[in-house]
Design a protein around this ligand. Structure first.
Ligand code: ADP
Length: 197
């Protein structure tokens, strides 16, 4: 590590942000499985695309099948999963992209670490707050049923904890707000941040 001397790049994040005409940051969606993280993140991304904002979404599909395919759902591996996602997000932010990340991310300490990795000003925490009862009723992926039957271990909400954010930047209660209303709420908050190159 001692011999890694950082190169001074000629093109900086600031240059990329000016070229794109918008800032770059991480919009982090946390909540139980089936709470609506991916649905809302995708709808926000579509809205951003309409405004010509450069975006990318990180989720279980593109991360767990690729860079993190060696990781399980044990507490240690969940922590490493989030750390790597935060580092990948950091690269995207540096590249000038608005990153949307939809992960259960059940531990407060792991979410605090994301903030440290990408920097407080680049991190917006969206708590997708849906009750376990509702998530279990939706059971989008059939995971809750399997967990109840003991076929899946370490299922957040069933036999693994979810530590809800106490002070999220945005809270979306999906049993009260539909997807469009959730998108509006999020867009309202990020509108000013996006313009700030
Ligand atoms: P997650 O990414 O959190 O695991 P998903 O977005 O995959 O959750 O699934 C959430 C499910 O809940 C979808 O089938 C979605 O249509 C449904 N849903 C119902 N109401 C809402 C809402 N207000 N916001 C987001 N999703 C909702």
């Amino acid at each position: 590590m001692n011999n890694i001397v950082p190169h001074t790049y000629q093109v900086t994040k600031k240059d990329r942000n000016v070229k794109n005409g918008h800032s770059s940051f991480l919009l982090w969606f946390t909540g139980l499985s089936g709470s609506g993280k991916s649905t809302i993140a995708n709808a926000v991304e579509s809205e951003l695309l309409k405004r010509n904002i450069s975006t990318y979404t990180l989720d279980g599909d593109n991360i767990r099948k690729g860079i993190n395919k060696d990781l399980s759902f044990s507490p240690d591996d969940r922590t490493e999963n989030i750390r790597r996602i935060a580092e990948v997000s950091n690269l995207f932010i540096d590249a000038g992209i608005v990153v949307l990340a939809a992960f259960v991310s059940p531990y407060t300490k792991d979410r605090a670490r994301i903030k440290e990795i990408v920097g407080r000003n680049n991190f917006i925490e969206v708590y997708v707050n849906t009750s376990l009862e509702e998530c279990e009723q939706r059971d989008v992926k059939g995971l809750y049923k399997k967990a109840r039957q003991g076929e899946i271990k370490n299922m957040t909400g069933i036999d693994a904890p979810y530590e809800a954010p106490t002070n999220p930047d945005i809270e979306v209660k999906t049993e009260e707000l539909d997807v469009d209303a959730a998108v509006k709420k999020i867009m309202n908050l990020i509108e000013k941040i996006i313009k700030n190159e």
